[in-house]
Design a protein around this ligand. Structure first.
Ligand code: ATP
Ligand code: MG
Length: 611
Protein backbone atom coordinates (compact mmCIF):
# COMPACT_ATOMS: atom_id res chain seq x y z
CA UNK A 1 0.00 0.00 0.00
CA UNK A 2 1.22 3.44 -0.62
CA UNK A 3 1.10 6.26 1.84
CA UNK A 4 -1.09 8.22 -0.53
CA UNK A 5 -3.79 5.69 -0.18
CA UNK A 6 -4.18 5.97 3.45
CA UNK A 7 -3.77 9.71 3.41
CA UNK A 8 -6.73 9.72 1.10
CA UNK A 9 -8.77 7.69 3.49
CA UNK A 10 -8.03 10.12 6.25
CA UNK A 11 -8.85 13.05 4.02
CA UNK A 12 -12.38 11.91 3.39
CA UNK A 13 -14.84 14.20 5.13
CA UNK A 14 -16.95 12.39 7.60
CA UNK A 15 -20.30 11.11 6.43
CA UNK A 16 -21.30 10.36 9.99
CA UNK A 17 -24.06 12.65 11.19
CA UNK A 18 -25.33 12.92 14.74
CA UNK A 19 -28.35 10.70 14.12
CA UNK A 20 -26.09 8.01 12.64
CA UNK A 21 -23.70 8.37 15.54
CA UNK A 22 -26.43 7.98 18.12
CA UNK A 23 -28.04 5.14 16.26
CA UNK A 24 -24.79 3.19 16.10
CA UNK A 25 -23.74 3.92 19.66
CA UNK A 26 -27.14 3.24 21.13
CA UNK A 27 -26.65 -0.55 21.30
CA UNK A 28 -23.60 0.06 23.50
CA UNK A 29 -25.28 2.81 25.51
CA UNK A 30 -28.33 0.65 26.08
CA UNK A 31 -26.28 -1.84 28.02
CA UNK A 32 -25.73 0.87 30.65
CA UNK A 33 -29.22 2.34 30.63
CA UNK A 34 -29.59 2.77 34.39
CA UNK A 35 -26.38 4.76 34.66
CA UNK A 36 -27.48 6.95 31.79
CA UNK A 37 -30.85 7.81 33.30
CA UNK A 38 -29.38 8.52 36.72
CA UNK A 39 -26.84 10.86 35.13
CA UNK A 40 -29.51 12.73 33.19
CA UNK A 41 -31.53 13.09 36.35
CA UNK A 42 -28.50 14.61 38.08
CA UNK A 43 -28.13 17.16 35.28
CA UNK A 44 -31.70 18.42 35.64
CA UNK A 45 -31.45 18.44 39.42
CA UNK A 46 -28.23 20.42 39.28
CA UNK A 47 -29.66 23.02 36.88
CA UNK A 48 -32.76 23.52 38.99
CA UNK A 49 -30.81 23.99 42.20
CA UNK A 50 -28.39 26.41 40.53
CA UNK A 51 -31.29 28.66 39.46
CA UNK A 52 -32.62 28.76 42.99
CA UNK A 53 -29.55 30.61 44.30
CA UNK A 54 -30.15 33.96 42.51
CA UNK A 55 -33.83 33.70 43.39
CA UNK A 56 -32.90 33.25 47.04
CA UNK A 57 -30.54 36.25 47.01
CA UNK A 58 -33.17 38.38 45.24
CA UNK A 59 -35.71 37.37 47.84
CA UNK A 60 -33.32 38.25 50.68
CA UNK A 61 -32.75 41.72 49.23
CA UNK A 62 -36.40 42.47 48.58
CA UNK A 63 -37.66 41.15 51.91
CA UNK A 64 -34.67 41.20 54.24
CA UNK A 65 -32.98 44.46 53.26
CA UNK A 66 -35.98 46.49 52.17
CA UNK A 67 -38.27 45.07 54.83
CA UNK A 68 -35.45 45.38 57.40
CA UNK A 69 -36.17 41.81 58.49
CA UNK A 70 -32.67 40.83 59.53
CA UNK A 71 -33.79 37.56 61.05
CA UNK A 72 -34.53 36.46 57.49
CA UNK A 73 -30.80 36.50 56.67
CA UNK A 74 -30.18 33.66 59.08
CA UNK A 75 -32.64 31.50 57.18
CA UNK A 76 -31.33 32.64 53.85
CA UNK A 77 -27.78 31.83 54.91
CA UNK A 78 -28.74 28.28 55.85
CA UNK A 79 -30.89 27.85 52.77
CA UNK A 80 -27.98 29.05 50.67
CA UNK A 81 -25.63 26.56 52.30
CA UNK A 82 -28.20 23.82 51.75
CA UNK A 83 -28.58 24.70 48.07
CA UNK A 84 -24.83 24.78 47.50
CA UNK A 85 -24.40 21.39 49.14
CA UNK A 86 -27.18 19.99 47.02
CA UNK A 87 -25.67 21.50 43.88
CA UNK A 88 -22.27 20.00 44.69
CA UNK A 89 -23.87 16.60 45.16
CA UNK A 90 -25.66 16.82 41.83
CA UNK A 91 -22.58 18.02 40.02
CA UNK A 92 -20.48 15.27 41.60
CA UNK A 93 -22.92 12.55 40.65
CA UNK A 94 -23.42 14.04 37.22
CA UNK A 95 -19.77 13.83 36.27
CA UNK A 96 -19.13 10.55 38.05
CA UNK A 97 -22.13 8.79 36.53
CA UNK A 98 -21.45 10.07 33.04
CA UNK A 99 -17.80 9.08 33.24
CA UNK A 100 -18.76 5.65 34.44
CA UNK A 101 -21.30 5.36 31.71
CA UNK A 102 -18.90 6.53 28.99
CA UNK A 103 -16.14 4.22 30.12
CA UNK A 104 -18.35 1.19 30.26
CA UNK A 105 -19.80 1.95 26.88
CA UNK A 106 -16.34 2.28 25.39
CA UNK A 107 -15.29 -0.94 26.99
CA UNK A 108 -18.09 -2.74 25.16
CA UNK A 109 -17.20 -0.97 21.96
CA UNK A 110 -13.50 -1.75 22.15
CA UNK A 111 -14.18 -5.38 22.92
CA UNK A 112 -16.55 -5.66 20.00
CA UNK A 113 -14.10 -3.98 17.68
CA UNK A 114 -11.22 -6.21 18.70
CA UNK A 115 -13.36 -9.31 18.23
CA UNK A 116 -14.33 -8.07 14.85
CA UNK A 117 -10.81 -7.18 13.73
CA UNK A 118 -9.47 -10.59 14.67
CA UNK A 119 -11.94 -12.20 12.32
CA UNK A 120 -11.14 -10.06 9.32
CA UNK A 121 -9.63 -11.79 6.30
CA UNK A 122 -5.88 -11.63 5.74
CA UNK A 123 -6.50 -9.61 2.61
CA UNK A 124 -7.59 -6.75 4.86
CA UNK A 125 -4.36 -6.89 6.85
CA UNK A 126 -2.32 -6.93 3.65
CA UNK A 127 -3.95 -3.70 2.60
CA UNK A 128 -4.04 -1.91 5.93
CA UNK A 129 -0.91 -0.77 7.74
CA UNK A 130 -0.81 -2.23 11.22
CA UNK A 131 -0.20 1.24 12.62
CA UNK A 132 -3.55 2.32 11.31
CA UNK A 133 -5.43 -0.57 12.87
CA UNK A 134 -3.72 0.12 16.16
CA UNK A 135 -4.73 3.77 15.92
CA UNK A 136 -8.34 2.75 15.34
CA UNK A 137 -8.41 0.54 18.38
CA UNK A 138 -6.63 2.93 20.69
CA UNK A 139 -6.63 6.59 19.63
CA UNK A 140 -9.90 6.58 17.77
CA UNK A 141 -11.75 4.72 20.47
CA UNK A 142 -10.23 7.10 23.00
CA UNK A 143 -11.37 10.15 21.06
CA UNK A 144 -14.79 8.67 20.70
CA UNK A 145 -14.64 8.28 24.46
CA UNK A 146 -13.77 11.93 24.85
CA UNK A 147 -16.64 12.74 22.58
CA UNK A 148 -18.82 11.07 25.11
CA UNK A 149 -17.34 11.90 28.45
CA UNK A 150 -16.51 15.45 27.39
CA UNK A 151 -18.49 16.29 24.31
CA UNK A 152 -21.98 14.85 24.55
CA UNK A 153 -22.12 15.16 28.30
CA UNK A 154 -20.90 18.75 28.43
CA UNK A 155 -23.07 19.87 25.56
CA UNK A 156 -26.09 18.25 27.09
CA UNK A 157 -25.40 19.53 30.60
CA UNK A 158 -24.62 23.06 29.45
CA UNK A 159 -27.59 23.13 27.14
CA UNK A 160 -29.83 22.29 30.07
CA UNK A 161 -28.11 25.06 32.05
CA UNK A 162 -28.72 27.61 29.27
CA UNK A 163 -32.38 26.64 29.02
CA UNK A 164 -32.78 26.92 32.77
CA UNK A 165 -31.13 30.35 32.73
CA UNK A 166 -33.41 31.62 29.97
CA UNK A 167 -36.47 30.31 31.80
CA UNK A 168 -35.32 31.91 35.04
CA UNK A 169 -34.67 35.22 33.26
CA UNK A 170 -38.03 35.17 31.53
CA UNK A 171 -39.76 34.42 34.83
CA UNK A 172 -38.20 37.56 36.34
CA UNK A 173 -38.89 39.81 33.34
CA UNK A 174 -39.42 38.60 29.82
CA UNK A 175 -39.07 42.14 28.47
CA UNK A 176 -35.63 42.61 29.95
CA UNK A 177 -34.68 39.13 28.76
CA UNK A 178 -35.56 39.97 25.16
CA UNK A 179 -33.69 43.27 25.29
CA UNK A 180 -30.57 41.77 26.85
CA UNK A 181 -30.38 38.80 24.53
CA UNK A 182 -31.31 40.55 21.32
CA UNK A 183 -27.74 40.34 20.06
CA UNK A 184 -27.34 36.70 21.08
CA UNK A 185 -28.19 35.12 17.70
CA UNK A 186 -25.53 37.18 15.94
CA UNK A 187 -22.83 36.23 18.41
CA UNK A 188 -23.84 32.63 18.46
CA UNK A 189 -23.72 32.53 14.69
CA UNK A 190 -20.27 34.16 14.64
CA UNK A 191 -18.86 31.77 17.18
CA UNK A 192 -20.21 28.71 15.41
CA UNK A 193 -18.74 30.00 12.19
CA UNK A 194 -15.33 30.33 13.79
CA UNK A 195 -15.84 27.00 15.43
CA UNK A 196 -16.33 25.33 12.08
CA UNK A 197 -13.12 26.89 10.87
CA UNK A 198 -11.31 25.48 13.86
CA UNK A 199 -12.83 22.13 13.20
CA UNK A 200 -11.44 22.01 9.69
CA UNK A 201 -8.02 22.81 11.03
CA UNK A 202 -8.28 20.18 13.72
CA UNK A 203 -9.32 17.64 11.14
CA UNK A 204 -6.22 18.38 9.15
CA UNK A 205 -4.14 18.25 12.29
CA UNK A 206 -5.39 14.80 13.10
CA UNK A 207 -4.87 13.54 9.59
CA UNK A 208 -1.29 14.71 9.65
CA UNK A 209 -0.68 13.08 12.98
CA UNK A 210 -2.04 9.81 11.71
CA UNK A 211 0.30 9.95 8.73
CA UNK A 212 3.20 10.52 11.10
CA UNK A 213 2.08 7.61 13.27
CA UNK A 214 1.84 5.19 10.40
CA UNK A 215 5.13 6.39 8.98
CA UNK A 216 6.84 5.78 12.31
CA UNK A 217 5.24 2.41 12.90
CA UNK A 218 6.13 1.15 9.48
CA UNK A 219 9.69 2.38 9.54
CA UNK A 220 10.44 1.28 13.05
CA UNK A 221 9.08 -2.18 12.31
CA UNK A 222 11.27 -2.27 9.28
CA UNK A 223 14.24 -0.62 10.94
CA UNK A 224 16.50 -3.39 9.74
CA UNK A 225 15.66 -2.71 6.12
CA UNK A 226 15.86 1.03 6.69
CA UNK A 227 19.39 0.74 7.98
CA UNK A 228 20.35 -1.94 5.52
CA UNK A 229 19.34 0.10 2.49
CA UNK A 230 20.66 3.40 3.79
CA UNK A 231 17.26 4.96 4.00
CA UNK A 232 18.07 6.71 7.26
CA UNK A 233 18.75 10.09 5.67
CA UNK A 234 15.76 9.91 3.33
CA UNK A 235 13.47 8.88 6.15
CA UNK A 236 14.75 11.69 8.30
CA UNK A 237 13.96 14.22 5.58
CA UNK A 238 10.52 12.81 5.08
CA UNK A 239 9.86 12.78 8.80
CA UNK A 240 11.02 16.36 9.09
CA UNK A 241 8.63 17.38 6.29
CA UNK A 242 5.72 15.65 7.93
CA UNK A 243 6.59 17.12 11.27
CA UNK A 244 6.91 20.70 9.96
CA UNK A 245 3.59 20.56 8.24
CA UNK A 246 2.01 19.19 11.41
CA UNK A 247 3.50 22.03 13.43
CA UNK A 248 2.18 24.67 11.00
CA UNK A 249 -1.32 23.30 11.25
CA UNK A 250 -1.03 23.36 15.02
CA UNK A 251 -0.12 27.04 14.87
CA UNK A 252 -3.16 27.84 12.75
CA UNK A 253 -5.43 26.19 15.25
CA UNK A 254 -3.83 28.18 18.05
CA UNK A 255 -4.60 31.45 16.20
CA UNK A 256 -8.18 30.49 15.59
CA UNK A 257 -8.61 29.54 19.22
CA UNK A 258 -7.13 32.86 20.31
CA UNK A 259 -9.74 34.71 18.26
CA UNK A 260 -12.55 32.84 19.93
CA UNK A 261 -11.90 34.41 23.32
CA UNK A 262 -12.42 38.11 22.35
CA UNK A 263 -15.68 37.29 20.56
CA UNK A 264 -17.03 35.66 23.67
CA UNK A 265 -15.87 38.49 25.92
CA UNK A 266 -17.54 41.05 23.71
CA UNK A 267 -20.75 39.07 23.77
CA UNK A 268 -20.59 38.89 27.55
CA UNK A 269 -20.00 42.63 27.81
CA UNK A 270 -22.89 43.50 25.49
CA UNK A 271 -25.44 41.35 27.34
CA UNK A 272 -24.44 42.46 30.79
CA UNK A 273 -24.26 46.12 29.78
CA UNK A 274 -27.74 46.05 28.26
CA UNK A 275 -29.11 44.17 31.27
CA UNK A 276 -27.56 46.78 33.61
CA UNK A 277 -28.62 49.77 31.56
CA UNK A 278 -32.20 48.74 30.77
CA UNK A 279 -32.60 47.00 34.11
CA UNK A 280 -31.56 50.27 35.80
CA UNK A 281 -34.10 52.19 33.75
CA UNK A 282 -36.86 49.73 34.58
CA UNK A 283 -35.93 49.82 38.25
CA UNK A 284 -36.11 53.62 38.26
CA UNK A 285 -39.60 53.31 36.78
CA UNK A 286 -40.33 50.82 39.53
CA UNK A 287 -41.32 48.17 37.01
CA UNK A 288 -38.78 45.72 38.48
CA UNK A 289 -37.89 45.19 42.15
CA UNK A 290 -34.23 45.70 43.02
CA UNK A 291 -33.89 42.16 44.36
CA UNK A 292 -35.29 40.75 41.12
CA UNK A 293 -32.90 42.89 39.11
CA UNK A 294 -29.98 41.53 41.08
CA UNK A 295 -31.26 37.99 40.57
CA UNK A 296 -31.58 38.78 36.87
CA UNK A 297 -27.99 40.01 36.71
CA UNK A 298 -26.77 36.96 38.57
CA UNK A 299 -28.62 34.69 36.17
CA UNK A 300 -27.46 36.38 33.04
CA UNK A 301 -23.85 35.96 34.11
CA UNK A 302 -24.47 32.24 33.88
CA UNK A 303 -25.56 32.49 30.28
CA UNK A 304 -22.21 32.93 28.51
CA UNK A 305 -19.93 30.36 30.21
CA UNK A 306 -22.06 27.35 29.25
CA UNK A 307 -22.31 28.67 25.70
CA UNK A 308 -18.55 28.95 25.56
CA UNK A 309 -18.17 25.40 26.76
CA UNK A 310 -20.63 24.13 24.21
CA UNK A 311 -18.67 25.80 21.46
CA UNK A 312 -15.42 24.36 22.66
CA UNK A 313 -16.86 20.88 22.84
CA UNK A 314 -18.61 21.32 19.55
CA UNK A 315 -15.23 21.31 17.82
CA UNK A 316 -14.05 18.32 19.73
CA UNK A 317 -17.34 16.72 18.94
CA UNK A 318 -16.94 17.27 15.23
CA UNK A 319 -13.43 16.04 15.36
CA UNK A 320 -14.44 12.89 17.11
CA UNK A 321 -17.04 12.27 14.48
CA UNK A 322 -14.16 11.49 12.18
CA UNK A 323 -12.91 8.97 14.71
CA UNK A 324 -16.39 7.57 14.95
CA UNK A 325 -16.56 7.21 11.22
CA UNK A 326 -13.24 5.40 11.09
CA UNK A 327 -14.37 3.04 13.80
CA UNK A 328 -17.64 2.37 12.01
CA UNK A 329 -15.83 1.80 8.73
CA UNK A 330 -13.65 -0.74 10.46
CA UNK A 331 -16.72 -2.37 11.98
CA UNK A 332 -18.29 -2.58 8.56
CA UNK A 333 -15.32 -4.40 7.07
CA UNK A 334 -16.66 -7.75 6.05
CA UNK A 335 -15.66 -10.64 8.17
CA UNK A 336 -14.27 -13.71 6.53
CA UNK A 337 -17.05 -15.26 4.56
CA UNK A 338 -18.38 -18.44 6.15
CA UNK A 339 -21.10 -20.71 4.87
CA UNK A 340 -23.84 -21.86 7.18
CA UNK A 341 -24.07 -25.50 8.23
CA UNK A 342 -20.35 -26.12 8.43
CA UNK A 343 -19.04 -29.59 9.10
CA UNK A 344 -16.52 -30.18 11.82
CA UNK A 345 -14.69 -33.45 11.30
CA UNK A 346 -13.20 -34.75 14.57
CA UNK A 347 -10.05 -35.98 12.95
CA UNK A 348 -8.82 -35.89 9.43
CA UNK A 349 -7.12 -38.68 7.51
CA UNK A 350 -5.29 -36.15 5.44
CA UNK A 351 -6.43 -36.86 1.92
CA UNK A 352 -6.18 -33.72 -0.18
CA UNK A 353 -7.68 -33.29 -3.59
CA UNK A 354 -7.50 -30.27 -5.85
CA UNK A 355 -9.86 -30.14 -8.81
CA UNK A 356 -9.51 -27.57 -11.59
CA UNK A 357 -8.30 -24.89 -9.22
CA UNK A 358 -7.86 -21.41 -10.64
CA UNK A 359 -7.06 -18.67 -8.19
CA UNK A 360 -6.39 -14.97 -8.28
CA UNK A 361 -6.00 -12.67 -5.29
CA UNK A 362 -8.31 -10.03 -6.69
CA UNK A 363 -10.57 -9.63 -9.69
CA UNK A 364 -8.20 -7.21 -11.31
CA UNK A 365 -5.11 -9.35 -10.81
CA UNK A 366 -3.87 -12.17 -13.03
CA UNK A 367 -4.32 -15.83 -12.12
CA UNK A 368 -1.75 -17.04 -9.61
CA UNK A 369 -2.75 -20.70 -9.79
CA UNK A 370 -3.94 -22.10 -13.09
CA UNK A 371 -5.94 -25.26 -13.63
CA UNK A 372 -4.33 -27.16 -10.79
CA UNK A 373 -5.35 -30.82 -10.38
CA UNK A 374 -3.66 -32.81 -7.65
CA UNK A 375 -4.39 -35.70 -5.35
CA UNK A 376 -2.43 -36.40 -2.19
CA UNK A 377 -3.01 -39.64 -0.30
CA UNK A 378 -3.29 -39.71 3.48
CA UNK A 379 0.14 -39.89 5.09
CA UNK A 380 1.95 -38.98 1.92
CA UNK A 381 4.77 -36.46 1.99
CA UNK A 382 4.88 -34.06 -0.92
CA UNK A 383 7.66 -31.71 -1.91
CA UNK A 384 6.45 -28.53 -3.55
CA UNK A 385 9.10 -26.91 -5.70
CA UNK A 386 9.12 -24.01 -8.12
CA UNK A 387 10.70 -20.68 -8.84
CA UNK A 388 9.99 -17.73 -6.66
CA UNK A 389 6.53 -16.38 -7.41
CA UNK A 390 5.32 -19.66 -8.89
CA UNK A 391 2.48 -19.84 -6.36
CA UNK A 392 3.74 -22.21 -3.67
CA UNK A 393 2.85 -20.04 -0.70
CA UNK A 394 -0.44 -19.14 -2.33
CA UNK A 395 -1.27 -22.83 -2.66
CA UNK A 396 -0.70 -23.51 1.02
CA UNK A 397 -2.57 -20.36 2.06
CA UNK A 398 -5.60 -21.79 0.28
CA UNK A 399 -5.25 -25.06 2.17
CA UNK A 400 -5.38 -23.10 5.42
CA UNK A 401 -8.29 -20.98 4.21
CA UNK A 402 -6.33 -17.78 4.67
CA UNK A 403 -7.77 -16.96 1.28
CA UNK A 404 -10.85 -18.50 -0.20
CA UNK A 405 -10.38 -20.84 -3.12
CA UNK A 406 -13.33 -20.95 -5.54
CA UNK A 407 -15.99 -23.36 -4.33
CA UNK A 408 -15.63 -27.06 -5.01
CA UNK A 409 -11.99 -26.94 -5.99
CA UNK A 410 -10.18 -27.92 -2.78
CA UNK A 411 -11.20 -31.04 -0.86
CA UNK A 412 -9.91 -32.46 2.40
CA UNK A 413 -10.99 -36.04 3.07
CA UNK A 414 -13.51 -35.61 0.27
CA UNK A 415 -15.08 -32.57 1.98
CA UNK A 416 -15.02 -29.26 0.11
CA UNK A 417 -12.83 -26.96 2.18
CA UNK A 418 -15.38 -24.12 2.27
CA UNK A 419 -17.62 -26.43 4.27
CA UNK A 420 -15.12 -26.72 7.07
CA UNK A 421 -14.88 -23.80 9.49
CA UNK A 422 -11.66 -21.84 9.34
CA UNK A 423 -10.81 -22.50 12.96
CA UNK A 424 -11.38 -26.19 12.39
CA UNK A 425 -9.11 -26.21 9.33
CA UNK A 426 -6.35 -24.43 11.19
CA UNK A 427 -6.69 -26.96 13.95
CA UNK A 428 -6.13 -29.83 11.50
CA UNK A 429 -3.60 -28.18 9.23
CA UNK A 430 -0.41 -27.18 11.01
CA UNK A 431 2.15 -24.92 9.42
CA UNK A 432 5.81 -24.30 10.03
CA UNK A 433 6.80 -21.18 8.22
CA UNK A 434 10.10 -19.91 6.95
CA UNK A 435 9.85 -17.08 9.31
CA UNK A 436 8.24 -18.29 12.46
CA UNK A 437 6.88 -15.86 14.90
CA UNK A 438 8.58 -16.22 18.25
CA UNK A 439 6.99 -14.48 21.19
CA UNK A 440 8.72 -12.95 24.14
CA UNK A 441 8.53 -15.23 27.17
CA UNK A 442 9.99 -18.66 27.82
CA UNK A 443 10.81 -21.53 25.51
CA UNK A 444 7.96 -23.50 27.04
CA UNK A 445 5.42 -20.78 26.25
CA UNK A 446 6.67 -20.58 22.72
CA UNK A 447 6.06 -24.26 22.18
CA UNK A 448 2.74 -24.65 23.98
CA UNK A 449 1.56 -21.10 23.20
CA UNK A 450 -0.19 -21.17 26.56
CA UNK A 451 -2.84 -23.51 25.15
CA UNK A 452 -4.28 -25.60 28.01
CA UNK A 453 -4.78 -28.53 25.62
CA UNK A 454 -1.02 -28.91 25.33
CA UNK A 455 0.35 -30.73 28.35
CA UNK A 456 3.83 -30.48 29.84
CA UNK A 457 4.49 -34.07 28.67
CA UNK A 458 3.57 -33.18 25.11
CA UNK A 459 5.92 -30.22 25.19
CA UNK A 460 8.77 -32.31 26.57
CA UNK A 461 8.14 -35.13 24.10
CA UNK A 462 8.07 -32.66 21.24
CA UNK A 463 11.43 -31.23 22.30
CA UNK A 464 12.92 -34.70 22.60
CA UNK A 465 11.71 -35.81 19.19
CA UNK A 466 12.96 -32.74 17.38
CA UNK A 467 16.30 -33.00 19.14
CA UNK A 468 15.80 -29.57 20.70
CA UNK A 469 16.08 -30.92 24.23
CA UNK A 470 19.58 -32.16 23.46
CA UNK A 471 20.57 -28.74 22.18
CA UNK A 472 19.10 -27.05 25.27
CA UNK A 473 20.95 -29.42 27.60
CA UNK A 474 24.23 -28.89 25.80
CA UNK A 475 23.90 -25.12 26.09
CA UNK A 476 22.88 -25.28 29.75
CA UNK A 477 19.34 -24.04 29.27
CA UNK A 478 15.90 -25.51 29.83
CA UNK A 479 12.28 -24.92 28.94
CA UNK A 480 12.13 -21.99 31.35
CA UNK A 481 14.91 -20.09 29.65
CA UNK A 482 13.82 -16.63 28.55
CA UNK A 483 13.19 -15.77 24.94
CA UNK A 484 13.55 -12.17 23.77
CA UNK A 485 11.14 -10.35 21.54
CA UNK A 486 10.95 -12.07 18.14
CA UNK A 487 13.43 -14.64 19.40
CA UNK A 488 16.35 -12.27 19.02
CA UNK A 489 18.46 -14.34 21.43
CA UNK A 490 17.94 -17.56 19.47
CA UNK A 491 19.70 -18.78 16.37
CA UNK A 492 17.78 -19.23 13.13
CA UNK A 493 18.04 -22.99 13.46
CA UNK A 494 16.76 -22.86 17.01
CA UNK A 495 13.76 -20.79 16.01
CA UNK A 496 13.01 -23.41 13.40
CA UNK A 497 13.32 -26.17 15.99
CA UNK A 498 10.92 -24.35 18.31
CA UNK A 499 8.46 -24.15 15.44
CA UNK A 500 8.86 -27.87 14.79
CA UNK A 501 8.37 -28.67 18.45
CA UNK A 502 5.30 -26.42 18.45
CA UNK A 503 3.82 -28.39 15.56
CA UNK A 504 4.60 -31.74 17.19
CA UNK A 505 3.00 -30.62 20.43
CA UNK A 506 -0.16 -29.53 18.61
CA UNK A 507 -0.10 -32.68 16.49
CA UNK A 508 -2.06 -31.59 13.41
CA UNK A 509 -3.38 -34.11 10.87
CA UNK A 510 -1.90 -32.32 7.91
CA UNK A 511 1.46 -30.63 8.03
CA UNK A 512 2.72 -27.83 5.88
CA UNK A 513 6.32 -26.83 5.98
CA UNK A 514 7.81 -23.81 4.32
CA UNK A 515 11.37 -25.01 4.45
CA UNK A 516 13.90 -22.63 5.89
CA UNK A 517 16.40 -21.56 3.31
CA UNK A 518 18.42 -19.33 5.56
CA UNK A 519 22.04 -20.27 5.82
CA UNK A 520 22.33 -22.39 8.89
CA UNK A 521 25.36 -24.29 10.01
CA UNK A 522 25.65 -27.90 8.96
CA UNK A 523 24.98 -29.21 12.45
CA UNK A 524 21.68 -27.31 12.71
CA UNK A 525 20.90 -28.41 9.20
CA UNK A 526 21.40 -31.99 10.22
CA UNK A 527 19.18 -31.58 13.28
CA UNK A 528 16.49 -29.90 11.20
CA UNK A 529 16.69 -32.67 8.62
CA UNK A 530 16.11 -35.21 11.37
CA UNK A 531 13.37 -33.13 12.91
CA UNK A 532 11.66 -32.78 9.56
CA UNK A 533 11.63 -36.54 9.13
CA UNK A 534 10.22 -36.89 12.63
CA UNK A 535 7.37 -34.40 12.28
CA UNK A 536 6.28 -35.57 8.83
CA UNK A 537 6.11 -39.19 9.98
CA UNK A 538 2.63 -40.68 9.54
CA UNK A 539 0.82 -37.55 8.40
CA UNK A 540 0.13 -35.89 5.10
CA UNK A 541 2.87 -33.32 4.69
CA UNK A 542 3.45 -30.70 2.08
CA UNK A 543 6.93 -29.27 2.15
CA UNK A 544 7.96 -26.24 0.18
CA UNK A 545 11.43 -27.60 -0.28
CA UNK A 546 14.56 -25.88 -1.40
CA UNK A 547 17.18 -28.45 -0.50
CA UNK A 548 17.64 -31.46 -2.68
CA UNK A 549 18.15 -33.63 0.37
CA UNK A 550 14.68 -32.75 1.68
CA UNK A 551 13.06 -33.16 -1.69
CA UNK A 552 14.50 -36.61 -2.23
CA UNK A 553 13.20 -37.64 1.15
CA UNK A 554 9.57 -36.96 0.09
CA UNK A 555 7.23 -39.51 -1.45
CA UNK A 556 6.34 -37.35 -4.41
CA UNK A 557 7.38 -34.06 -5.91
CA UNK A 558 5.12 -31.40 -7.41
CA UNK A 559 6.82 -28.86 -9.66
CA UNK A 560 4.97 -25.56 -10.02
CA UNK A 561 5.75 -23.27 -12.90
CA UNK A 562 3.98 -19.89 -13.06
CA UNK A 563 0.94 -21.27 -11.34
CA UNK A 564 0.75 -24.42 -13.43
CA UNK A 565 1.58 -27.90 -12.23
CA UNK A 566 4.48 -28.70 -14.52
CA UNK A 567 5.45 -32.12 -13.22
CA UNK A 568 4.36 -34.62 -10.57
CA UNK A 569 6.18 -37.77 -9.59
CA UNK A 570 8.81 -39.39 -7.44
CA UNK A 571 12.41 -38.28 -7.58
CA UNK A 572 13.30 -41.24 -9.79
CA UNK A 573 10.36 -40.68 -12.14
CA UNK A 574 11.07 -37.01 -12.58
CA UNK A 575 14.77 -37.60 -13.07
CA UNK A 576 13.91 -40.10 -15.76
CA UNK A 577 11.52 -37.63 -17.40
CA UNK A 578 14.41 -35.18 -17.84
CA UNK A 579 12.15 -32.13 -17.46
CA UNK A 580 12.36 -29.08 -15.24
CA UNK A 581 13.05 -31.07 -12.14
CA UNK A 582 15.87 -32.94 -13.79
CA UNK A 583 17.52 -29.67 -14.70
CA UNK A 584 17.25 -28.47 -11.15
CA UNK A 585 18.49 -31.65 -9.59
CA UNK A 586 21.46 -31.87 -11.88
CA UNK A 587 22.31 -28.22 -11.40
CA UNK A 588 22.31 -28.79 -7.65
CA UNK A 589 21.39 -26.16 -5.15
CA UNK A 590 22.09 -23.29 -7.51
CA UNK A 591 19.32 -24.11 -9.91
CA UNK A 592 17.12 -21.22 -11.01
CA UNK A 593 14.09 -23.47 -10.53
CA UNK A 594 14.37 -23.12 -6.81
CA UNK A 595 13.84 -19.90 -5.00
CA UNK A 596 17.20 -18.65 -3.94
CA UNK A 597 17.61 -18.05 -0.25
CA UNK A 598 17.88 -14.29 -0.54
CA UNK A 599 14.59 -13.89 -2.35
CA UNK A 600 12.85 -16.25 -0.02
CA UNK A 601 9.80 -14.88 1.59
CA UNK A 602 10.96 -13.45 4.85
CA UNK A 603 9.20 -10.68 6.65
CA UNK A 604 11.83 -8.21 5.59
CA UNK A 605 11.72 -8.89 1.90
CA UNK A 606 7.93 -8.86 1.89
CA UNK A 607 7.72 -5.63 3.71
CA UNK A 608 7.18 -2.61 1.65
CA UNK A 609 9.19 0.38 2.67
CA UNK A 610 7.21 3.55 2.70
CA UNK A 611 8.34 6.11 0.20
P1 ATP B 1 8.56 -17.83 -3.05
O1 ATP B 1 9.33 -19.01 -3.44
O2 ATP B 1 9.31 -16.59 -3.35
O3 ATP B 1 8.03 -17.86 -1.67
P2 ATP B 1 5.91 -18.48 -4.03
O4 ATP B 1 5.95 -19.57 -5.01
O5 ATP B 1 5.56 -18.82 -2.65
O6 ATP B 1 7.30 -17.71 -4.08
P3 ATP B 1 3.58 -16.83 -3.98
O7 ATP B 1 3.87 -16.12 -2.73
O8 ATP B 1 2.55 -17.88 -3.94
O9 ATP B 1 4.92 -17.39 -4.62
O10 ATP B 1 3.17 -15.75 -5.06
C1 ATP B 1 2.64 -16.09 -6.33
C2 ATP B 1 2.18 -14.82 -7.02
O11 ATP B 1 1.09 -14.27 -6.30
C3 ATP B 1 3.22 -13.74 -7.09
O12 ATP B 1 3.16 -13.20 -8.39
C4 ATP B 1 2.80 -12.73 -6.08
O13 ATP B 1 3.10 -11.44 -6.54
C5 ATP B 1 1.31 -12.92 -6.01
N1 ATP B 1 0.82 -12.66 -4.65
C6 ATP B 1 1.23 -13.25 -3.52
N2 ATP B 1 0.55 -12.81 -2.46
C7 ATP B 1 -0.33 -11.91 -2.92
C8 ATP B 1 -1.33 -11.09 -2.31
N3 ATP B 1 -1.57 -11.12 -0.99
N4 ATP B 1 -2.05 -10.27 -3.09
C9 ATP B 1 -1.83 -10.23 -4.42
N5 ATP B 1 -0.91 -10.96 -5.06
C10 ATP B 1 -0.16 -11.81 -4.34
MG1 MG C 1 6.52 -18.47 -0.72
Amino acid sequence: MSNDNFMNEDLVKTKVTYPILFKRLWPYARREKTLLFLAIFAVFGGALVARMVPALIGYAIDHGVKGKDYQLFTYVAFAYLGLEILRTCFSFSNSLLFQLFGNRMLFHLREDLMNHVQRLPLQFFNKTPTGRIVTRLTNDVASLGELFTEGVITVFTQFVVICSVVIALALISWKLTLISLVMAPLFIWASFYLSNKIRTILHEQKRKLSVINAFLAENLNGIKVVQLYNRVQRNRDRFSNLSTSYRDTNMRSIYAYALMQPIMNLFNAVTITSALYFGGLMSAENSIAIGSLIAFLMNIQDFIPPLREILEKYQQFQNSLTSAERIFTLMDEHKEHELENLSSPKSVRGEIEIRDLNFRYEESLPLVLKNVNLHFRPGESIALVGRTGSGKSTFISLLQRFYDAPEKTVYIDGLAIENIAREEIRHHVGVVQQDNFIFRGTIRNNIGLGDPRVSEEQIKAACEKTGYMGLLNRTGRDLNSPVDERGANLSVGERQLIAFARILAFNPDILILDEATANIDSESEHIIQEATREITKGRTSIIIAHRLSTIEQCDRIVVLNQGNVAEVGTHQELMAAKGMYYQFASAGEKSPLIANPESAETTESKMEVAE
